[in-house]
Each structure stands twice: as structure tokens, then as C-alpha cells.
Design a protein. Structure first.
Length: 572
């Protein structure tokens, strides 16, 4: 039972333990609410028998009951609210650690808006459930089972009159739960789609304005908002109707109890004490259920939130042990990899030796960048093996692996921070002097000369205040600063002018000494002197060897060289 609750509501170990404790005190709380009718019953019984006790005894009993109820309510409050925030913190940390250990392929398959909603909205929903619905619902369920048995055993017909309407309401609620929440589920899905559309509209402002699409985009966004509002109204109406029906049934308990009790009393089958006692019990229990009903509906309402968190936590993470590598030769052995059902790398094998430059060339979409992602373990390959220094990278922790790899991809990601701090990401413990030295090697100093605050200039979200070439140079500076033994370069010159490219190439020649270098470039002149050129085509190796050798063996490489020469000689 405990394990099922933990899994369904996506709770941590600490969270389920606190929930069970809170449920116990919720049970005691509901049970304590019966003390008042019990005391009234006892007083009336003493009065009718002429056995009234002194006022001091009644006051002592009442005081004891109040103290006990205070202790129970205070303890329940602490467990259901204070510990909730501990669980929400633990859950957020758990999700953050899960994200850190997921391969990059996970993020390529999921919408980033969905992931941000998972952290913000779904965790908040779980927080609300464990602070209100879960302990209250579990506590009330066990209390109601116990009280139903006791009341039916005492006076069967009266007991049934009290509990049947409430049991009926509970069964209807659980059996129609999915029907009630289907509209809500559709509404939340629409909200996620809207969030993705809004994010796209913000990020694509340059393109939208360039092609005068403002009117069309505004129209599309407005329509999505109107459609989502219609779905929301329909979902709320369905929920409201079902909630009204389920909420009405428990209030039939006092009416049914009064009618049946009057019949039994008239026939002399029960006395006035039992009649009044059961009537008070029906009123009390139906009121308790009405309060809990709202929280239980909340748990049903947020079912999709639990499901998304469960799916995230069940995702396969990247595991491995910390290892200190001594050799940095990279070997791919019959490696295959697919994006979904699309195989992009098929049975690829090669060795990139330490102290040499290995160049990957080939048509766009042939799998070159994917190979770099597999080597750096941003993605995990499907079959085969990738080894560094003879060690399977899947058995090495990502922390140990990343310490030994510098990556410069064609698409540069920068933070809304200073140039200095963006470069320092390459090695967090680097001094300012070391960061500036790496910046000079990448020609970032020429960018800084033009900026009012120099290296302390904040460059905007993803470096929005810089050009593509300037952003690329900051990324290259990170690689210089890290100075890792394995260097992966993906089209680093794509956004550079000829002058900067030549200067950075000279700097890279110093950087790659005694290192394992794997480079991708469409500018074939820059890779002609590579120790090994691997020609890729449709996810397989077409040929490999030095420039002259590959030129003879590969029609693809030969054609690429000719096209490159034609491009260089073309005059507009």
C-alpha cells in the first residue's frame, strides 16, 4: 500500500514517510471530532437516568477532550504543512539531479516548455495534494471504515442510513474520476501548447518582423487563447456539475437518518438517545466528508502531474563510476544510434589517436555532429562500444568524462552574464588572468575593446548583444581555458570571417598539441592536413585515411573538393 501510494503520487522516501505520519494524525483528528456528540450522548444519558455528576467532572472531561484535540490538530498541522515544504524542496532537487543525469537525447525528444511546466506547475500541484488531499483522504477513509462498522453493528438500519449516502458519493467520485478530469487534462495540454507558441513568438521576433508576420502571429495566438478558454469553461462546467452531485449525496445522510430514526423510534425499536446520537453522527460525518471531498477531487484533478513526474523519474539515466583516465585515444567499435525510428549512425568504427587530428567530413545530415555527441556522451549510443583509453564510456561517470573533453559546437549557448563569467564556465576555478589569457587566444580581446565595461559587459540572453562570430569566439575561449586532453570541434569557423578564422586556427594549432582532436568542417581546405580524414555518408563510413588517399578512394570526397574549389572561385 505504502509503495503504491509513493509511486502513484511520485513522492520521495521522506515524502511518503511524512505522509503516512500525517495520515495517522488525520485519522485521529476525524475520530476526535466524534468526541462532541459522544459527550452530549453521555450527558443526556446521565440526565435521563437521573445520574448527573458534578459540574467539575463534566468540566474536567471537557478540558481533557479539548487538550487532546489541540495536541492532535497541532501535530497534524505540522506534519501536513511544514513537512510539505520539505518534500517540495526535496522533490525539486530530485528532479534537478535527474535532469543532470539524463542524456541530451531526452531533451531533444521533449518540449522545453513541458519540462519547465513539470518543475514549476506539476511540483506545485503535488505540493498542494500532499499538504491537503493525501493525508486527509487516507485518514478519513480509515476513520470512515471504522465508524461504519461500529455504527452498523450497534443499530444496523440507523448505521446504514448514516453511511450509505457517503459511501455512494465516494464510489461515484472514484468511478467517474477519469470522466471528470478528461476535460481538465485537455485544457492543461492546451496550456502547454500555448506556452510553446508564446515562447516561439518571443524567440522568433526577428523573423516575424522581417517577414511582416506580426498580424498573422497575433491572430494565431489570440485564436489559441480563445480556444483554450472554451475548453476551460467546458471542463469547469463538467467538474462543477459532478462536484455538485457528489457533494449533495452526503447531506442526504442526516435527512435519511432522521426519517428512519423517527420510524424506529415510533415503533419503540430505539430510544431517544440513540435517535439523537445517530442524527448528530450523521450531521458530523457528512460535514467532515464534505470538507474532505474537495481535497480528494483535487487529487483526481492533478492526476496528469503525478504521471509526468513519474515518467521523468523512470527515465533511464547515465550511470558510471569516477575514473582517472591516463590515455585519451578514442575508439568507436561498430557503433549504431537512432533518433527514434530514424537510424543516423550505422555500424561505425574508427580510432582517433592521441596527438593526431581526425577530421569528419561528408554531406549535411550524414551523422558527423551525432558522432561528436556520442563520444562526449551527450547522447548514449544504442549498440557497439565507444572507448577512451580502452575504457567503455558508458561505465565512466559523466563528471569524469566531461573533465577530459572540451567541446565547441556550431550552435553556441551563452548565459546572460558577463563575458568573463561566460568564458570561466570552461573551468570554474580559473583566475581572471587565466580567463583573459584564454580570451586573447580566441581573439575575444578584440570584442572587449569595443565594449564600455570590457570583460564585465553583460551580453544578454544567449549572447543576444553579440554577433554570431563573437559568440563563437567566446565558446572557443572556453575550450582554451579548459585545456582538456580531448577536443571536439564542430564547424567552429562557420560564423567567423577569414581574418579571425586564420588567427584562431593558429591558436588552435598550439592548443591541440599532444591532444586527441576530432574536427568537423565544411571548409575542406582547413582539414586537408589532418592526420586522418573520415568521409561519412548516410550514417556509415564511406572511406578513411590521409587527404591524398581519401581523394583517390572516395567519390564523395572528390566531389566535395571540386564543389569547394568552385565555391571559392565563384565571383558575384
Amino acid at each position: 500500500m505504502k509503495a503504491r501510494i509513493q509511486k502513484y503520487f511520485a513522492l520521495t522516501d521522506q515524502g511518503i514517510n511524512n505522509t503516512i505520519k500525517a495520515s495517522i494524525f488525520s485519522f485521529l483528528k476525524f475520530f476526535s471530532f466524534t468526541f462532541s456528540p459522544i459527550l452530549v450522548f453521555m450527558f443526556l444519558q446521565d440526565y435521563l437516568r437521573g445520574e448527573l455528576k458534578s459540574l467539575t467532572i463534566y468540566m474536567a472531561i471537557l478540558t481533557t477532550v479539548v487538550v487532546i484535540m489541540y495536541f492532535i490538530l497541532r501535530k497534524e498541522y505540522i506534519l501536513t504543512y511544514d513537512t510539505t515544504y520539505e518534500e517540495s524542496t526535496a522533490l525539486r532537487e530530485n528532479i534537478a539531479n535527474q535532469f543532470k543525469r539524463l542524456p541530451l537525447s531526452y531533451f531533444s525528444k521533449h518540449n522545453l516548455s513541458d519540462l519547465s511546466q513539470t518543475i514549476m506547475m506539476d511540483v506545485n500541484n503535488i505540493e498542494m495534494v500532499i499538504s491537503h488531499a493525501l493525508p486527509q483522504g487516507i485518514g478519513f477513509l480509515y476513520f470512515f471504515i471504522l465508524i461504519s462498522v461500529l455504527m452498523i453493528l450497534s443499530v444496523p438500519l440507523m448505521g446504514l442510513a448514516v453511511v450509505v449516502p457517503i459511501w455512494l458519493a465516494m464510489f461515484i467520485m472514484f468511478f467517474t474520476g477519469r470522466a471528470q478530469t478528461s476535460g481538465v487534462r485537455k485544457y492543461y495540454k492546451t496550456l502547454l501548447e500555448n506556452a510553446a507558441s508564446f515562447q516561439e513568438a518571443f524567440e522568433m521576433q526577428q523573423e516575424i518582423k522581417s517577414y511582416s508576420m506580426q498580424g498573422q502571429v497575433e491572430k494565431d495566438v489570440s485564436k489559441k487563447l480563445e480556444d483554450s478558454e472554451k475548453i476551460h469553461i467546458k471542463a469547469e462546467f463538467t467538474m462543477a456539475f459532478m462536484s455538485f452531485l457528489i457533494g449533495l449525496l452526503p447531506y442526504l445522510a442526516p435527512v435519511l437518518t432522521a426519517v428512519i430514526g423517527a420510524m424506529l423510534f415510533t415503533k419503540g425499536e430505539i430510544n431517544i438517545l440513540y435517535y439523537v446520537g445517530y442524527l448528530m453522527a450523521a450531521t458530523t460525518i457528512s460535514s467532515q466528508y464534505a470538507a474532505v471531498n474537495e481535497y480528494i477531487l483535487m487529487a483526481l484533478f492533478f492526476e496528469d502531474s503525478f504521471k509526468r513526474i513519474r515518467e521523468l523519474r523512470e527515465e533511464k539515466i547515465q550511470e558510471g563510476v569516477d575514473k582517472k583516465l591516463e590515455n585519451f585515444e578514442v575508439e568507436m567499435r561498430n557503433v549504431s544510434f537512432s533518433y527514434g525510428n530514424n537510424k543516423v549512425i550505422n555500424n561505425v568504427s574508427f580510432i582517433a589517436k592521441q596527438g593526431e587530428v581526425t577530421a569528419l567530413v561528408g554531406p549535411s545530415g550524414c551523422g558527423k555532429t551525432t558522432i561528436l555527441r556520442l563520444i562526449s556522451r551527450l547522447y548514449d549510443y544504442d549498440s557497439g562500444m565507444i572507448c577512451i583509453g580502452g575504457e567503455d564510456i558508458k561505465k565512466i561517470s559523466t563528471e569524469s568524462l566531461f573533465e577530459n573533453i572540451s567541446i565547441v559546437f556550431q550552435k553556441v549557448e551563452l548565459f546572460n552574464n558577463s563575458i568573463l563569467e561566460n568564458i570561466r564556465i570552461g573551468r570554474k576555478d580559473a583566475s581572471d588572468e587565466e580567463v583573459i589569457l584564454a580570451a586573447k587566444l580566441a581573439n575575444v580581446d578584440k570584442i572587449v575593446e569595443k565594449l564600455p565595461n570590457g570583460y564585465h559587459t553583460v551580453i544578454g540572453e544567449n549572447g543576444s548583444k553579440l554577433s554570431g562570430g563573437e559568440r563563437q569566439r567566446i565558446s572557443i575561449a572556453r575550450a582554451f581555458l579548459k585545456d582538456a586532453p580531448i577536443i571536439l570541434l564542430d564547424e567552429i569557423s562557420a560564423s567567423l570571417d577569414v581574418e579571425n578564422e586564420m588567427e584562431i586556427q593558429n591558436s588552435i594549432n598550439k592548443l591541440i598539441k599532444d591532444k586527441t582532436v576530432i574536427i568537423i568542417s565544411h571548409r575542406l581546405k582547413s582539414v586537408e592536413k589532418a592526420d586522418q580524414i573520415i568521409v561519412m555518408n548516410d550514417g556509415v563510413i564511406d572511406s578513411k585515411g590521409a587527404h591524398e588517399e581519401v581523394l583517390k578512394l572516395s567519390e564523395i570526397y572528390s566531389a566535395m573538393i571540386k564543389k569547394s574549389e568552385l565555391t571559392d572561385s565563384y565571383v558575384y
